[in-house]
Design a protein around this ligand. Structure first.
Ligand SMILES: [Zn+2]
Length: 344
């Protein structure tokens, strides 16, 4: 492969989550040459978390052209944490961009992690997608929207945080304290909870469901992966849980189509593992909720990238500040298709 004409080193992507702080080093030829990860010392406060960020950066080597950082929740235009993080006390107000720039000595860009995953999916398509809506289904539901390489940010990068849009008035209780949010139906933990509740509902036999039988055992639990294994066996309970998730997603996606008119809707996140058909199932229900012109020219797709979409999006978003659009798209496509993980 031709060397991309970039001077001045590699691009670092960082992903700061409540559980772990991850980083990787993307070389100008699209290879990932180094990765580092450490648990987030969340309860120790913002100072300790920043210390861990510095450690991860140190592991990723010198000669860095730019750094991109993804973090959950709100981030203002100066790269400062603009909202409370329930799992990192004192995180709000942290000058994350300034700190990372100091540690790395390279220009640094901080964005919401869902927006960066959307950016990675846009870039991975090499310019073929013009306006891309990304929806990530994991322990929560997030998203992002990228049009022509520009992330739609709204106030403090909060655009497309769609998990807590209410899709069923008076519906299931949600972790946010309200009820009926899409996240209460289609996140991994919610789907597992729905399965457990349905299994033990009085008066419903679920006779042919081995999943229901398992979940009626004392202390039994499940997760999205196990649910979709049961789905593949034709389990009725798993099919019911899936259709609840698909219905909730179709409603919120239909609204997003009307607002944004994307040409791609991309679903990613851990829930989709073994459940790629969810994408077509949502697409099939969308016409129930929105005018035909809003979905006619839109393609519904699975994510091209796995769990490292956010990291790649962060690295590419940093890169975009120092290389041309053509170079960025070539870098993105080669990082996506020829991802080589090499030792440090
Ligand atoms: Zn909610």
């Amino acid at each position: 492969m031709d060397k991309i004409g970039v001077q001045g080193g590699a691009f670092i992507g960082l992903d700061i989550g409540g559980q772990s702080i991850k980083g990787f080093r993307l070389e100008p030829d699209g290879a990932v040459s180094c990765r580092a990860t450490r648990p987030t010392p969340a309860s120790a406060g913002a100072g300790e978390v920043l210390g861990t960020v510095a450690w991860v950066l140190g592991e990723l080597g010198k000669d860095v052209a730019a750094v991109g950082v993804g973090t959950p929740g709100a981030v203002d235009a100066a790269g400062r944490i603009a909202g409370e993080a329930v799992n990192i006390p004192g995180w709000m107000g942290t000058e994350l961009r300034v700190a990372v720039e100091e540690f790395s000595g390279a220009p640094t860009f901080v964005r919401n992690d869902g927006n960066l995953a959307a950016y990675a999916e846009w870039a991975a398509r090499g310019g073929e997608a013009r306006a891309l809506l990304f929806i990530g289904l994991g322990t929560g539901i997030g998203g992002g929207y990228v049009e022509d390489g520009r992330i739609l940010s709204g106030i403090d990068d909060r655009a497309l945080e769609i998990g807590h849009v209410v899709v069923h008035h008076g519906g299931r209780a949600c972790v946010c304290g309200r009820s009926g949010c899409v996240e209460a139906y289609a996140s991994g933990p919610s789907m597992a909870r729905i399965a457990c509740e349905l299994a033990s509902e009085p008066g419903v036999a679920w006779e042919e469901s081995s999943l229901a039988r398992e979940l009626r055992e004392p202390g039994a639990s499940t997760d999205a992966r196990a649910l979709y294994l049961a789905y593949a066996r034709g389990d009725r309970l798993a099919h019911k849980v899936h259709s609840c998730a698909v219905e909730a997603l179709a409603r919120v996606v239909a609204a997003a189509l009307a607002f944004l008119a994307p040409d791609r809707v991309v679903f990613g996140g851990g829930v989709l593992r073994g459940a790629g058909f969810l994408v077509e199932d949502v697409a099939a229900l969308v016409p129930n909720y929105v005018y035909e012109a809003e979905y006619r020219d839109c393609r519904f797709e699975k994510a091209l990238l796995g769990p490292e979409a956010g990291l790649l999006g962060a690295a590419l978003y940093g890169a975009r500040a120092v290389i041309s659009r053509e170079e960025l798209l070539r870098l993105s496509v080669s990082a996506t298709t020829g991802l080589k993980f090499e030792g440090c």
